[in-house]
Design a protein around this ligand. Structure first.
Ligand code: T1G
Length: 703
């Protein structure tokens, strides 16, 4: 393994290079290398400037996240960055790619910064439940205005080089190679006698309105980032930059940073960082299986889902043939696509010329034969098995050999759909979530005969269209909807037991869910769940209270937001939900008719019943092999169902509660509630009684 940090001499400039693939993450070796090199260069005769750059595609992309679990071994960040900042000659950072976290902090400890025009600076630490721990909160507001620093660190949004230069973070932005430009700039500094410009010696910029700014941001994060410690700690650290001398502020940052690194919030978010990369590794599939090339995509169905999927492809430059049965459907679908893009243009996230480019990539047609040159065809029509079979038979006739046929079904049996084709090995489930052009999650369903390279291709296309693809095997509801079943069942049962919809949703949202499940039903349409269950009535429990509230609403035509009322009323244009006393009374009446005991469950019981039922189902999915890993389930829920990331996902959360605690609570519910629904999954019981966890079980599976 070559040295992660080396230097060479170019005339009177020392060029220091960090080379720590794949993203130059800072670990102990990099810090030790920087310490050794900058110690050696200190006062070295003939050296009038230093350029610090990185090999590979990016400048330092952050601290090595693995170190948080092992502890940060000496030399520490402050010691190393102080050595850089105390250099006796000017130090110029040459920045390409994504200088994130410690990357930006190292650049801040340099005296000057030259950035490639495509480079971005960022402090994404909050996404890991921590705050910048290498002086970022103290140095950044000494180069950019306090408001910009606060926004960068709170949102974690990378700052492009141009904007960084405007704000004062980059001194020069170049189009060509960044190293030669940084060398030239260093020589200019030497020639002009510029000397070192230590960031810590600069005054904080824009601190005039600091008090109001901090107060406003504290109020903001209390609402938008509730239940989290890191955003509050971040504001406290920046406040120390304004109110205390640099070294004192550094101590405040250090203390807060170490506390956060040990907290559950950060452990949960670091768990997801790895989980979202682990999903691409499929046990049993050789790592060298190549994806099939996908140059052109066909989509059958120009409705909400098909149109959204078409946008996902067009957004990344993949041409799409969009097929539907009638010209009216095609026209409506294309109009919806255009409207969605126009909304992005009005929000400033899309340029008008990009809108036209993307629309041009989508070719609407009534003619199935236009799909003959598609490498991947995705069916996204109404959830009806006969219709899907008919479509797949037609696709089998027109698609070229080797074309992959994907179905967007969320509930139907993909093996049955594949069976109508002569190419079952090329058939796969691609379950997008509505709206497909927004929702991050893509469930990739490996059917019984799906070929390995088709799975690999699906994972590859997921990354290309910027989705989080998670592989599931065939079962009703795959991973996400299968676990939503018991979660929603308990929520509805709590309503019959005397909790109001607002109390149920309030308990779940107070716990951290983005939206209470009953409000979700109103948003998606109460009829969706009702009709899906009606399709499989023969498989449902013989229990008249099972999802009964939804049925009552459906019978009254109160389908949720689309009909102005469902669990709640939606009278305003802003679709703000308000309690509906008539619905509450109606459901109470129904509960009496069904003789449901009025337990009036409180917030904690509602949370435990809904979440533990979900977790128990997740354990069944792991035993059945439908989900490959517990962490995959966590990715599904945080990417697709509004599960709070700072709790790590259902299975990570279960481990933090303790499986024995959950098992005992399930056994208690088995006595006090309907025992049919409270049978502990064998895996959950085994792990609970062994004092183990899902994480340990997963580690043992991968050995
Ligand atoms: N630590 C360890 N490994 C990392 C890493 C990191 N920071 N970033 C990436 N990797 C690995 C990743 O696991 C994968 O490994 C490979 O690199 C390619 O990553 C002190 C405390 C840089 C935008 O949060 O955002 O600095 O799976 O697939 O899509 O104040 O990686 O191949 O084995 O994501 O091209 C702050 C996190 C840390 C940046 C590249 N920094 N990384 O994306 O590749 S905290 C971050 C990213 C910090 C300081 C604080 C992205 C990327 P494998 P990839 P990519």
């Amino acid at each position: 393994m070559s040295e992660p940090v080396t230097f060479s001499i170019a005339g009177d400039v020392a060029v220091v290079m960090i080379d720590s693939p794949p993203v130059n993450a800072v670990n102990q070796g990099v810090r030790a290398g920087l310490k050794q090199v900058f110690t050696e260069l200190r006062g070295k005769p003939g050296i009038k400037a230093i350029v610090l750059g990185c090999a590979g595609k990016t400048f330092v992309a952050g601290a090595d996240i693995k170190e948080f679990d092992t502890g940060i071994a000496a030399p520490g960040y402050h010691e190393v960055l102080r050595l850089i900042e105390d250099s006796l000659v000017p130090v110029v950072a040459a920045v390409q790619g994504t200088a994130l976290g410690a990357g930006t902090e190292i650049a801040l400890a340099c005296h000057y910064r030259v950035a490639h025009e495509a480079a971005r600076f960022g402090l994404p630490e909050l996404s890991l439940g921590i705050i910048p721990g290498a002086g970022g909160t103290q140095r950044l507001p000494r180069l950019v205005p306090l408001e910009v620093a606060l926004d960068m660190a709170l949102t974690g949004k990378p700052l492009p080089a141009g904007k960084a230069a405007e704000a004062g973070l980059a001194d020069r932005v170049v189009g060509g190679e960044v190293m030669p430009a940084a060398l030239a700039y260093a020589r200019e500094l030497v020639a002009s006698g510029a000397g070192p410009r230590r960031t810590r010696e600069q005054p904080v910029k824009g601190k005039e309105g600091a008090a109001e700014l901090f107060a406003a941001q504290r109020a903001q994060v209390a609402k938008t980032m509730r239940n989290r410690q890191s955003p509050i700690a971040l504001i406290t650290a920046l406040q120390a930059a304004v109110e205390q001398p640099f070294d004192e502020g550094l101590k405040v940052e250090g203390r807060l940073s170490s506390q956060l690194e040990q907290a559950t919030e950060s452990k949960a978010l670091r768990h997801l960082f790895y989980a979202e990369r682990e999903v691409r590794k499929i046990p049993g599939l050789a790592a060298n299986i190549a994806p099939r090339p996908i140059a052109r995509v066909g989509i059958v169905g120009a409705g909400t889902m098909g149109g959204g999927i078409a946008m996902c492809c067009a957004n990344v430059g993949i041409p799409v043939t969009l097929v539907d049965a009638t010209q009216q459907n095609l026209d409506r679908g294309m109009a919806t696509i255009r409207k969605n893009y126009e909304r992005s243009v009005s929000r400033g996230s899309l340029k008008p010329e990009q809108l036209e480019e993307r629309i041009k990539l989508i070719s609407p047609t009534l003619d199935y034969s236009a799909l003959a040159n598609a490498d991947l065809i995705i069916e996204a029509v109404f959830e009806n098995l006969a219709l899907k079979k008919e479509i797949f038979a037609k696709l089998d006739a027109v698609a070229k050999p080797g074309a992959i046929l994907g179905t967007n079904t969320s509930t139907l049996d993909i093996d049955e759909i594949a069976a109508v084709t002569r190419r079952a090995k090329d058939v796969i489930g691609l379950h997008f979530f509505s709206p497909a052009n927004v929702m991050q999650l893509l469930e990739i369903v490996q059917a019984g005969k799906t070929a390995p390279d088709v799975v690999v291709t699906a994972l590859d296309i997921a990354k290309r269209i910027k989705k989080t693809g998670v592989v599931a095997k065939v079962c009703y509801g795959f991973i996400g909807n299968r676990m939503m079943d018991p979660y929603g069942r308990e929520a509805e049962r709590c309503v019959l037991e005397g909790a109001t919809p607002a109390q149920v949703d309030g308990a779940l949202e107070q716990w951290g869910m983005a939206m209470g499940i009953l409000a979700v039903y109103d948003m998606a349409g109460v009829d969706v769940g009702y009709l899906t269950r009606a399709e499989r009535k023969h498989l449902l429990p013989d229990d008249p209270t099972f999802y009964r509230p939804t049925a009552v609403l459906y019978e009254h035509g109160w389908l949720g937001q689309k009909s102005g009322r469902g669990y709640y009323r939606y009278d305003g244009a802003d679709r703000k939900r308000t309690e509906d006393p008539e619905v509450i009374a109606l459901l109470q009446e129904e509960a009496k008719r069904l003789d449901v005991p009025q337990r009036k469950p409180g917030a904690q019981e509602i949370q435990e019943r809904c979440l533990y039922a979900m977790i128990n189902e997740g354990a069944l999915l792991l035993e059945e092999g439908v989900a490959l890993r517990a962490s995959d389930i966590d990715v599904v829920y945080t990417a697709g169902y509004g599960f709070p990331r700072y709790r790590g996902g259902p299975m990570f959360y279960a481990d933090t509660v303790g499986l024995k605690v959950i098992y005992d609570k399930i056994m208690e519910f088995q006595k006090t509630l309907d025992p049919r629904y409270w049978q502990p999954a064998p895996l959950l019981k085994k792990l609970a009684l062994a004092g183990s966890s899902f994480a340990q079980w997963q580690a043992e599976q991968s050995r």
